[in-house]
Structures are given as structure tokens and as C-alpha cells.
Design a protein around this ligand. Structure first.
Ligand SMILES: [Cu+2]
Length: 202
């Protein structure tokens, strides 16, 4: 079924050229057998639609992420790093978007996905979310996947971080935002309205 989705999106070729093959190789390395769950690779995505309980790819604002657009998130963990790739199609042409991994699954409301997934948690964000301190809200401690679409509305972007997901509490969604991500103190990590969300596997 997942393969059918990829073909429908026309993203199969991108996947074959991307992290999927190498991820399978990593997951099969004998030294990693004991940590197979930590190194689990996956690709998740689909066609954007309005929110429903069983909907993986949700658009909250079809004027920014149209119904029928598609996205695929490919996670490729390795021994000392994690590569996350985002492929999109059917978005607005030549437009800047922000994108990050967030902590919670997508819900009926954009805020249901919670804050950004962080490797080292910003202690101040617990009392006063979200984390806007650049020493925590940055693309080395979070997974940022900002992109600008081409004239056809497609884009492909990847981020490599020098750590692996916490398997007890992995990121559970990718949010597409209305703007590129800011880096200034007090605004770090903010990227405007949450336009769309993809729920990621546990
Ligand atoms: Cu975000």
C-alpha cells in the first residue's frame, strides 16, 4: 500500500536515489542487530487532504498546501547520525516554506502536533513554550527542512543531524509552515502559520 502511494506521488525515483537504499543497508549491518529498532528506517507520507482520524497527510490551509499535493518523509538512521529527507509535489510554485519535525502526531488543529522535536531539550521551554533560544532552537539540535519549490511546485530537501531519535519519544510529525525558519534570539525556530502536517510512525 505504501508503495502504491509512492508511485501515485511520482516519488519512487527520488526514493530510489535517496536514503532508502542506504538505510536498508545500515539496518542490516550485523553490528547493529541489537539496536535494530533504533536504526529503523522508514518513509511516510501521502496525498494531502482535510483532517480525518486515519489521514496521514493533512492540510490545514489548502491555499498554501493544496488538497491533492503530496509529500514523503524519509528517515534514514545510521550509527552516529540521522538523515531526514522531504520530497514534495503539487505545492505552490516558486514559494518558500518552512518545515520541521515536531513531537506529537497531527490532530484536528495545527497546534496538536506540539513543539519542535529537540535532541537536547531547552529547559526554559518547559515553563514557557515554545523554545525560541537559538542555542536550542537551531538546525543542529532540531530537524529543519525549509525549502523553496521550483516552478512546478516540487522540492526535495534533506537534513543530517549528528544524533539519533530518542526511541522512547521519537518525533511524530512533520509540519510545513508558511515561511522559512527564523534564527534570531526570541524568534529562533519560528516559521509562521502551520499549513500542513504529516504523522510519522512510532
Ligand atoms: Cu515547525
Amino acid at each position: 500500500m505504501r508503495r502504491a502511494i509512492m508511485i501515485g506521488l511520482g516519488l519512487t525515483g527520488l526514493l530510489a536515489a535517496g536514503g532508502c537504499g542506504s538505510a536498508e543497508k545500515d539496518a542490516a549491518m550485523p553490528s547493529d542487530v541489537a539496536t535494530a529498532s533504533v536504526l529503523r528506517a522508514y518513509a511516510e507520507g501521502g496525498t494531502f487532504a482535510a483532517w480525518a482520524d486515519d489521514q496521514t497527510a493533512i492540510t490545514y490551509d489548502p491555499s498554501g498546501v493544496p488538497i491533492g499535493a503530496g509529500a514523503l518523509v524519509t528517515v534514514s538512521p545510521a550509527v552516529v547520525e540521522t538523515v531526514v529527507q522531504l520530497d514534495v509535489e503539487g505545492l505552490l510554485p516558486s514559494r518558500a516554506y518552512g518545515a520541521h519535525l515536531h513531537t506529537n502526531v497531527c490532530g484536528a488543529k495545527p497546534d496538536d502536533a506540539g513543539p519542535h522535536y529537540q535532541h537536547h531539550h531547552d529547559p526554559k521551554a518547559a515553563a514557557s513554550p515554545p523554545s525560541v533560544d537559538p542555542s536550542f532552537a537551531n538546525p543542529s539540535n532540531e530537524v529543519w527542512l525549509d525549502f523553496t519549490t521550483d516552478v512546478a511546485g516540487t522540492a526535495s530537501v534533506s537534513s543530517t543531524v549528528a544524533w539519533r531519535f530518542d526511541q522512547a519519544k521519537p518525533p511524530r510529525s512533520l509540519i510545513i509552515h508558511a515561511e522559512h525558519t527564523k534564527t534570531a534570539p526570541g524568534k529562533a525556530g519560528t516559521a509562521g502559520t502551520r499549513l500542513a502536517c504529516i504523522t510519522l510512525p512510532e
